[in-house]
Design a binder for this molecule. Sequence first.
Ligand SMILES: [Zn+2]
Length: 427
Amino acid sequence: MAVGEGMSSQAVDVRWMRLANLSLVLTTIIRHAPVSQSLLIDLTGLKKPTISNLVDELARLGWVRVEGAVRNKIGRPRQLLAPNPGRGLIVSAQISIDRLATLIVDFSGTERARGISTVDVSRISQSETVGRLAHLVRDGLRDAGAAPGGVLATALGLPGIVGEHGDVVYVPGLAWDTADVGGMLRSALADVVATDVPLLVENEANLATVSEQRPQACRDVHNFVYLLGEAGVGAGVVIDGALFRGTRGAAGEIGHVSIALDGPRCSCGKRGCWALYVGREALLTAVRPGRAGGRGSSLWNAGSGHGGEPDPLTPERIVAAARAGDAVAAEALGLLRRYLAAGIGNIASAYDPEVVVLGGFLATAFAQDLDALQSEVDAWLMGDLYDGLRVELSTHGHDAPLWGGVALALHHLAANPRAVDPLPATG
Ligand SMILES: [Zn+2]
């Protein structure tokens, strides 16, 4: 729908409406590129002269460019419009409990560089964490051949609760003060990213969720829940097409829903949180009785590692062993599946989604076992009330929060195409 419809003529500020429509056209081009002007008319509901005018302004500002043409029946070529990759770069950065990562794309969304550093963030200080991340970003910008002033926006994903204004409220499991992490990153990057470039901070599960709203699996799904399973389990909840953040930005902390009042203590201070049963560590916990009881398993046989020592026991190794038929590993994965199905049943009761998307380690664990999980979920649901609820795998795997950061930055830039200086005209 075109912005401004239904408003009284007195109430309409013409300049505001033009900016809103400029934003609408740029957002539509980003989502549907390459797109002809006639498709833009259909998608936005704006009239042809208005569209032509707005497209001219977007081209003048450097945001869009003509990218090829299609011929219609009469034979007149229709130009196809797309975001201009030369407009600048978007930096998406992520701090997870066990890794730091960056993805750098141009304005067309094409990947230009990426970097990853495996590190236990709980063992280093907050400032060292930000310093190492800044180092990764700097390397990425060099690899991408970034020109001075070439960064349009930076997004930062965190495993914590982020307030409405990008302030980090709480990071479970990390002894961080609730300092301005975004501001720290901004300072650490001051030599390569201008300090007035927007820096958007968001919870990593929310970002992973946003990545699914790009033209992929959940594009036409209006109610879905994304479960990002790593050390903990975070969720992004999309209701009627919009991300539900809650009053404090703390919605979706489904991993900290207690399912056992006398259960083990969680890093959040409560007992029996669901994440303790479906997070990465749950698989390690689940094979412990088998080992203590002397059961035979490939998990504790000598591996290919140094000096006949067993390979380190990781959740990924347990998943691989379960697939290879190891009974101890298969039972552990089966237990995880039961707790996951029960939790998805709880999510169904709370939100009634069409789809529950698995991301991160949960996607790895059930990539080859999705049918068994779906059957277990179906058995857990209340009768046939939630018939048709689907469990699906994330489109972007472990990169989902990074691509969500890109989507968030694109959305922010498209909201006000005039906020960034036009590209200098090239001769
Ligand atoms: Zn907890």
